[in-house]
Design a protein around this ligand. Structure first.
Ligand SMILES: Cc1cc2nc3c(=O)[nH]c(=O)nc-3n(C[C@H](O)[C@H](O)[C@H](O)COP(=O)(O)OP(=O)(O)OC[C@H]3O[C@@H](n4cnc5c(N)ncnc54)[C@H](O)[C@@H]3O)c2cc1C
Ligand code: SF4
Length: 309
C-alpha cells in the first residue's frame, strides 16, 4: 500500500481497517512536490504537496478559491502540514459501521468493507455504500481538474469523473500499480468557484456534505457551470441538471433558488455518517444557494463553512 502523509493510512492501520504487508512511502520523492504554472496557462500541483501549501498558495487562493478553501478545511492544522493533496484525492470512503475500532466492529459483526460479508447499513444490498469524504475531490471535479497516473507500464491522465467509482470499497479507478503524480488544473478563463462544508465540529471534522460550485461568467451572464456534491454517495456526485439551468442566465435570486432546488435532487445521502440524512439533503439546497449567492456577490454567500454545535 502506498503512503504519503499517512494521516488516513496510519489511523486505519491502528484500527485494523488496513492490514498491508508492505508500505511504500512516497514522501522521499521530491518530484511529487510543488506547484507550477499560472492561472492563465493552467497549473500543475504535485500529488505530494501538503494541504497547508495548497491552501495558502497565492495563485490558488486568488484564482481557484474553492480549492484553497477546501484544502484549508481538511482536518486540523497539524494534519494539514503532513497530509498531501494526492492522499486527499485518494482518501478512503467512510461509514459509521466501519470507522470504528477493531473490537467495536468485532462486537457488532464485521461488514463487507472489511472482514465481513454483509452491509450493516443496507443488509439486503450486494454493495458497500461507504461515503466519499474528501473535501478536495468535489472541488477538483467542479474545476475541471484531471489527474496524472503513472506506472511502470506508462502514464495516463483522467478526469475526476473517471477517477471515482460508485462503490464504497472499489471507489477509485486507479490501478494498484499506479501512482497519482499530479493534479492538473485548467486555465482559470473566467471561472469563479466556491466550496461549502457541513460538519459538526468547527475545529476539525470530515465533511458530511460538501458543495462545490464553479461558474464561468461573461459579464453578468453564466456561460458554463458545474455543481458537484461531496459526502452524499460513494463518489462525488455532479448535479448536472442544476448546473445546466444556470447557463445563459443572470445570477438573480429567483434563478439561484430554482437551481438550488434542482441540485438537491441528486443529493441522496444514506444514514451512515453524522447527522440525519434528510437534514444533509435539505442542507444541499441551502449550501448551493449560499455558494451561488457568494459568487454573485449577493448577501450571506461568503460563509465557507457551516459548523453545527
Ligand atoms: C482526525 C482526522 C480528521 C480528518 N479530517 C478530514 C477532513 O475534514 N477532510 C478530509 O478530506 N480528510 C480528512 N482526514 C483524512 C486525511 O487526513 C486527509 O484526507 C488527507 O488529505 C490524506 O492525505 P495523506 O497524504 O495523509 O494520505 P495517506 O494517509 O498517506 O493516504 C491516503 C490514501 O491515499 C493513497 N495515496 C496517497 N498518496 C497517493 C498517491 N500519490 N498515489 C496513489 N495513492 C496515494 C494511500 O495509499 C491511501 O489509500 C482526517 C483524518 C484524521 C485523522
Ligand atoms: S456501507 Fe455497509 S458495507 Fe460499507 S462500510 Fe458501511 S456497513 Fe460496511
Amino acid at each position: 500500500m502506498l503512503v504519503a502523509g499517512g494521516t488516513d493510512v496510519y489511523p486505519n492501520m491502528k484500527r485494523r481497517q488496513f492490514e498491508p504487508t508492505v508500505l511504500v512511502g512516497l514522501t522521499g520523492i521530491r518530484e511529487l512536490r510543488g506547484i507550477r504554472g499560472s492561472a492563465r496557462e493552467g497549473m500543475t500541483i504535485g500529488a505530494g504537496t501538503i494541504l497547508a501549501t495548497v491552501a495558502r498558495h497565492p495563485e490558488v487562493v486568488g484564482h481557484y478559491g474553492a480549492l484553497a478553501t477546501a484544502a484549508g478545511l481538511v482536518s486540523s492544522p497539524q494534519l494539514r502540514n503532513m497530509a498531501t493533496l494526492g492522499g486527499n484525492v485518494c482518501v478512503d470512503t467512510r461509514c459509521n459501521y466501519y470507522n470504528q475500532s477493531y473490537e467495536w466492529r468485532k462486537a457488532i459483526g464485521f461488514c463487507m468493507k472489511k472482514d465481513g460479508d454483509i452491509c450493516l447499513v443496507a443488509p439486503g444490498s450486494p454493495r458497500c455504500w461507504a461515503v466519499s469524504s474528501s473535501d478536495t475531490a468535489p472541488v477538483l471535479w467542479s474545476l475541471g481538474a484531471r489527474v496524472r497516473l503513472v506506472s511502470a507500464a506508462g502514464e495516463r491522465t483522467v478526469g475526476m469523473d473517471a477517477l471515482y467509482r460508485d462503490d464504497g470499497i472499489e471507489y477509485l479507478a486507479r490501478r494498484q500499480d499506479e501512482v497519482l503524480t499530479d493534479i492538473l488544473l485548467p486555465p482559470v478563463d473566467g471561472w469563479k468557484s466556491a466550496y461549502l462544508k457541513l460538519r459538526r465540529r468547527g475545529s476539525f471534522d470530515f465533511p458530511v456534505l460538501g458543495v462545490a460550485v464553479a461558474v464561468r461568467l461573461d459579464g453578468a451572464v453564466v456561460r458554463d457551470a458545474r455543481i458537484v456534491l461531496g459526502a452524499v454517495a460513494s463518489r462525488p456526485r455532479a448535479a448536472t441538471e442544476a448546473a445546466a439551468a444556470l447557463v445563459g442566465e443572470r445570477l438573480a435570486p429567483e434563478l439561484i433558488a430554482r437551481v438550488a432546488g434542482l441540485a438537491a435532487g441528486p443529493s441522496k445521502p444514506l444514514d451512515n455518517t453524522d447527522f440525519t440524512h434528510p437534514y444533509r439533503k435539505k442542507m444541499t439546497r441551502v449550501f448551493v444557494a449560499r455558494a451561488l449567492r457568494g459568487i454573485a456577490g449577493l448577501g450571506d454567500g461568503a460563509r465557507s463553512v457551516e459548523e453545527v454545535a
